[in-house]
Design a protein around this ligand. Structure first.
Ligand SMILES: Cc1cc2nc3c(=O)[nH]c(=O)nc-3n(C[C@H](O)[C@H](O)[C@H](O)COP(=O)(O)OP(=O)(O)OC[C@H]3O[C@@H](n4cnc5c(N)ncnc54)[C@H](O)[C@@H]3O)c2cc1C
Length: 650
């Protein structure tokens, strides 16, 4: 275990962390172009391992702006003399879509610049690559798939189609029976610190394989095995079983509407303890269940949302299936939405890359989503003065202000910091497609109420870790395809989705290399959701790659060791995609009265256009999905183009 950190891991991970405060990681790649490392042939962020996501070098400027120290050290911005029709802040899916929509209106010659503080484009939709023998393994560093709890809007669907993605064709690329056909199923890892002993046990509640179509809660064998093996006290096992099998009404005498109103105001943990009467150990098992969706545990998710998400305990409650007041949109089942799903090997980084290809053809060769999967982006072409659209990476916007009175100004001045220098450019319009919490620091001239609403959109922190391994024989030996580990640092560890597309072939045999995807939601159970997210964000920013790496190696050794897994031998690469500003915050009936009682939501106040500035990003819809980011880009572009159209009509 202890000797497992290779020199390469150290260079890519720990060493970068040490150098973080002073030099962005991309410079390590490209010393021959100290002021424009993107121009170097070696500049290729998807291949970087170690601490990625909000990587060292990407956030320090924004934090010094927040702390009020940035302008103490920055000189007067150098005027580059550049002017654009539109400057977009943020090269996530919202910013890239905004550029695309704007060009559809203004024509292909419209001059657009996108400024992005990270060393790669895509925002949360990030691509990870791992060399593995003669092939490259892909992983998703953030946005996992085309999916949304509500159906995609006509606009978002239209864009997906325009990019050439045929969502309905997904079944032809995924080998959905692969793991099940090898006898692998989901399991739960009980860890010693939380449950007294390390033990990997069959998960009796997950489907035995998507293709069985047969709910495992009805599979007596799996339940028998679980009850025999789980390291839980007998009383806990009894209440665990009852929770899934007793169809009891825990709020007798109330109408469905009254029950939902009660469930919207209590956490699922409280429902389980006070109404169902489960053993405390059962709460520990279920605690991290909602992490992948909400970034908090069952202490901060309403019982009504838990019902909508299919958590157990509601079978005898006779709740009307119509959504209750104050439900989170994630918790409202929708058949049409469920059938609209596509996972590319690098997740929705494919959407970001398709958008970049549309905006700057020379940057990524090819002409279909299938060939794009293995295409290498040429970063040197992103910011080329011959191209009407340019993407400038490693550039943190620090000020956006109208040149004069916002109601009459003819242009917007935008300042950004890049490798220790500050620059100023001008644009006829500006779209802020960046995180809403950042906007009040950039755009001082916004009204106070709007700034307050923007501040309130602090995001949900997450870790999406990809671990490249030599082979997945240990998974095969243990008969496991994914692990839920409620007491561990990473609460999920899953074999990659077996998708082959274009020239990309997924790993099909256990002796082939594989990417294991691990997930963590840093949070502080017991606090209100926003406070949990704040605590988690601080935790992520203050934990070194070395510490995270050790916990990964330790956890994988403990979970998979009985199957022969040896981290020092079997791990070939680790990329920790750190997202302290991860999912958009979605409203929660436990903590946001307006969401339960109605009234204007903060995101509606936050996204108001201001003079020549419009505001996009998924935050503008308080909806943590790709379609939300696209829809908000469309609205923001519409605000600008309507303004343009009406001024031309005068
Ligand atoms: C880990 C994770 C997994 C997800 N999985 C899914 C999924 O499976 N399906 C799905 O539909 N959605 C998913 N989402 C949500 C989805 O990724 C987002 O809703 C969407 O990608 C957001 O796009 P965006 O452009 O609005 O924001 P972002 O992707 O955050 O892009 C905004 C960009 O602005 C940049 N920026 C911020 N401040 C500045 C500044 N001052 N100067 C310059 N640039 C700045 C940021 O660094 C960022 O790159 C996931 C999100 C996360 C975090």
């Amino acid at each position: 275990m202890g000797c497992g950190i290779t020199r390469r891991d150290f260079l890519n991970g720990a060493a970068l962390t040490l150098g973080a405060a002073v030099v962005p990681s991309s410079l390590f790649l490209a010393c021959e172009h100290p002021t424009a490392p993107e121009q170097s042939s070696g500049y290729y962020p998807p291949r970087l391992t170690g601490l990625r996501g909000s990587h060292p070098g990407s956030f320090e400027t924004a934090h010094s702006l927040r702390d009020g120290t940035f302008w103490q050290h920055a000189g007067t911005p150098a005027d580059t003399g550049e002017t654009y029709d539109l400057v977009i802040v943020g090269a996530g899916i919202s910013g890239l879509s905004a550029a695309h929509f704007y060009r559809s209106f203004a024509g292909p010659q419209a001059r657009v610049l996108i400024l992005e503080n990270h060393d790669d484009f895509g925002g949360h939709a990030k691509r990870n690559e791992f060399p593995a023998g003669g092939r490259t393994l892909l992983g998703f560093g953030g946005t996992y798939s085309i999916e949304s709890p509500a159906p995609y809007s006509a606009v978002a669907k239209g864009l997906i189609e325009e990019l050439g993605i045929d969502v309905a064709s997904y079944p032809q690329y995924v080998s959905k029976d692969l793991y099940f056909s090898l006898g692998l199923t989901p399991k739960i890892f009980f860890d010693q610190e939380t449950f007294g002993t390390d033990k990997l046990v069959v998960d009796p509640t997950s489907l035995g394989g998507a293709e069985t179509g047969d709910r495992a809660s009805q599979s007596p064998e799996r339940w028998q095995q679980f009850l025999a093996e789980a390291p839980l006290p007998a009383a806990a096992k009894r209440t665990y079983y009852r929770l899934y099998h007793d169809n009891k009404d825990y709020l007798p005498g109330l109408s469905s509407e009254e029950k939902k109103a009660r469930l919207a105001r209590i956490s699922y943990a409280k429902f389980l303890i006070s109404l169902v009467g489960v053993h405390q150990e059962v709460v520990k098992v279920l605690q991290a269940g909602p992490h992948p969706l909400f970034g908090v545990g069952i202490d901060a998710v309403s019982a009504q949302d838990a019902w909508g998400l299919g958590f157990p305990g509601f079978g005898g409650m006779h709740l009307d299936p119509a959504p209750g007041k104050g439900m989170n949109r994630d918790a409202i089942p929708n058949k049409e939405a469920e059938s609209y799903f596509f996972h590319f090997p690098d997740g929705n980084a494919t959407i970001a890359r398709l958008l970049v290809r549309k905006l700057i053809r020379e940057a990524i060769p090819g002409d279909s989503p299938a060939d794009l999967v293995t295409a290498r982006a040429n970063y040197a072409k992103l910011d080329d003065d011959r191209s009407p659209v340019r993407i400038r990476l490693n550039s943190t916007v620090v000020e956006v202000k109208h040149d004069g009175d916002p109601s009459a100004a003819k242009q917007v001045d935008i300042s950004y910091a890049r490798f220790g220098k500050t620059y100023r450019i001008r644009a006829t319009h500006c779209i802020l497609a960046c995180w809403h919490v950042v906007i009040p620091y950039l755009c001082q001239e916004l009204p106070g109420k709007q700034k307050q609403a923007l501040y309130s959109a602090a995001k949900v922190p997450l870790l999406y870790t990809n671990v490249a391994i030599r082979n997945w024989e240990a998974f095969e030996k243990l008969g496991v395809s994914s692990i839920y580990a409620p007491g561990c640092y990473h609460t999920e560890a899953t074999l990659d989705v077996p998708v082959s597309i274009g020239r990309y072939q997924c790993s099909r045999q256990p002796d082939e290399p594989m990417v294991v995807h691990m997930m963590k939601s840093p949070c502080k159970p017991g606090l209100p959701a926003r406070d949990q997210h704040r605590a988690g964000r601080i935790e992520l920013f203050s934990t070194s790659f070395e510490t995270i790496e050790r916990s990964i190696r330790d956890q994988l050794a403990r979970m998979l060791g009985p199957g022969g897994f040896d981290p020092s031998r079997d791990i070939t690469g680790i990329t920790v995609n750190r997202w302290p500003h991860g999912y958009t915050y979605e409203y929660n009936s436990l903590f946001d009265d307006f969401w339960l009682e109605g009234g204007e939501t903060p995101c509606e106040i936050a996204r108001q256009p201001f003079g020549r500035i419009a505001i996009a990003n998924a935050d503008a819809g308080a909806y943590a999905y790709t379609d939300g980011a696209i829809d908000q880009a469309w609205r923001a572009v519409g605000e600008i183009t309507n303004r343009l159209a009406s001024s031309q009509a005068l």
